[in-house]
Structures are given as structure tokens and as C-alpha cells.
Design a binder for this molecule. Structure first.
Ligand SMILES: [Zn+2]
Ligand SMILES: [Zn+2]
Length: 53
């Protein structure tokens, strides 16, 4: 199986709860089951919210 973020083979892959991408431990948070793309997106959302308030 290959990580869909870094495209490297990995024994252990997680499936992102948000977008369904398969990712290795280097490309996201395995505990939360969120890939890097979605984690970054969440960060951006948080930053935008804090600007508004
Ligand atoms: Zn990866
Ligand atoms: Zn994701």
C-alpha cells in the first residue's frame, strides 16, 4: 500500500476521516486519523476565525 500524500510505500497506513485519503504516519495524525492536508485546512480555518473575532 502506498501513502497518497507522499507516494511512498508504508506498512501502516491510516485513512483520513475527513477526505478518505490513505496516509502514512509521516503525512498526518494517525491518532486523530486526519491527513496533513486536512490538518492544514483546519489550521487555516482557525486562523480565519480568530481574525474575525
Ligand atoms: Zn506519507
Ligand atoms: Zn484528509
Amino acid at each position: 500500500m502506498k501513502c497518497s500524500i507522499c507516494n511512498k510505500k508504508s506498512k501502516k497506513l491510516f485513512i483520513c476521516e475527513e477526505c478518505g485519503a490513505k496516509f502514512c504516519a509521516n503525512c498526518g495524525d494517525g491518532k486523530r486519523e486526519w491527513c496533513d492536508m486536512c490538518l492544514q485546512f483546519e489550521e487555516t480555518q482557525k486562523n480565519n476565525e480568530s481574525i474575525d473575532t
